[in-house]
Design a protein around this ligand. Structure first.
Ligand code: NAD
Length: 323
């Protein structure tokens, strides 16, 4: 077992100078998004993650109606380590009440987030799910407002997040070079959908850092399956269920294989996985260690890819029609 003790890999994030742990801690589950999580479990999951070398924590005011930010804030404070030993990203523009990417709202939003997180600054502030706003407003109003926040020292770097990959090129083609430091894509670099891969050379050419979230496709690639609200089609859900059942029958774990698949591409700086227990933290950190030592389980991946072939790269609609 001592053999499995290797350091968590750190990867550079675009031109930011930040080095993110390849496994990132997605804190949406701390907002009870995937079911109830006790404060104790939240704090001990974050503690264990940090102990195992995870230095990157992502949240949003939207997750659990601000609960995720509050829980993450408490858990980070409980670590009692210097602030520069961990990297925090939160978001703006998406709230329980709805979307608002106006300069006024996002400027107020960061102060609210900092208070809930009990921090003086966040490393990355991201416009959350921009396909639900006007992309021209993001370019002309929101990002300039975030640049002022950068100058004030409340945030260090600026990011954008969303599901449809086209939103990233739309914005990045229209902002000045360096105005957007990071993109966060989700559900597009997993065994069932790897469409983010095609965008990686473009992002690299722009010097934009890449965070890929939801390696377990928001629960589709787990033994317990997705939550009620999951937007995938019945066809995609049942194919993933079949893949999970196949793995279980073979004594393999679909979540571990999925983590390893996502971690394999080093142009992705951090794979953000939602975690709500010490056990999940340990499993996901071990998946990274085992990958570094032994590589992917190619045989199992080929079998799973065959089961998922009919739904490969199938996604779901997200956002509003842009005028
Ligand atoms: P995910 O694919 O990471 O899946 C999370 C689910 O898998 C949770 O139910 C979790 O408890 C479970 N899980 C985690 N590790 C497991 C393991 N080893 N075995 C079995 N089950 C396991 O989806 P996610 O949480 O939606 O995404 C990760 C993070 O990325 C989020 O928490 C959030 O921080 C970020 N994210 C951001 C956006 C956005 O900005 N638009 C969208 C999606 C996700």
């Amino acid at each position: 077992m001592a053999l499995l003790r290797t350091k968590m890999e750190l990867r550079p994030l675009g031109n930011t100078g930040l080095r993110l742990s390849c496994v990132g801690f997605g804190a949406s589950p701390l907002g009870n998004v995937f079911g109830p999580v006790s404060e104790n479990d939240a704090i001990s999951s974050v503690r264990e993650a940090f102990r195992l070398g995870i230095n990157f924590f992502d949240t949003s005011p939207y997750y659990g109606g601000t609960l995720s930010e509050k829980m993450l804030g408490k858990a980070l404070k409980a670590l009692e380590v210097p602030r520069n030993e961990y990297i925090v990203s939160t978001k703006c523009g998406r709230y329980t009440e709805g979307f608002d990417f106006s300069a006024e709202r996002v400027t107020k939003s960061i102060d609210e987030s900092l208070a809930r997180l009990q921090l003086d600054y966040v490393d990355i502030l991201q416009c959350h799910d921009i396909e639900f706003g006007s992309l021209d407003q993001i370019v002309n109003e929101t990002i300039p407002a975030l640049q002022k926040l950068k100058e004030s020292g409340k945030i260090r770097f600026i990011g954008i997040t969303g599901l449809p990959l086209e939103v990233f090129t739309y914005v990045l083609d229209r902002v000045p070079p360096g105005a957007v430091d990071v993109i966060l894509s989700y559900c597009h670099y997993s065994i069932n959908d790897s469409t983010l891969e095609d965008l990686l050379p473009y992002l690299k050419s722009k010097g934009v850092g890449v965070i890929s979230a939801s390696p377990l496709a928001m629960g589709l690639l787990t033994e317990t399956g997705p939550p009620e609200w999951h937007p995938a089609s019945p066809e995609l859900k049942s194919a993933c269920l079949a893949a999970a059942a196949y793995c279980k029958e073979k004594g393999k774990n679909i979540s571990k294989l999925s983590m390893q698949y996502s971690l394999s591409n080093k142009d992705i700086s951090s794979v953000l996985v939602g975690m709500n227990s010490v056990k999940q933290v340990e499993e996901n950190a071990a998946a990274a260690t085992e990958l570094a030592l032994f590589g992917n389980d190619q045989e199992a991946l080929v079998e799973i890819e065959a089961i998922l072939k009919s739904v490969k790269n199938q996604t779901w609609p997200s956002g509003i029609k842009q005028s």
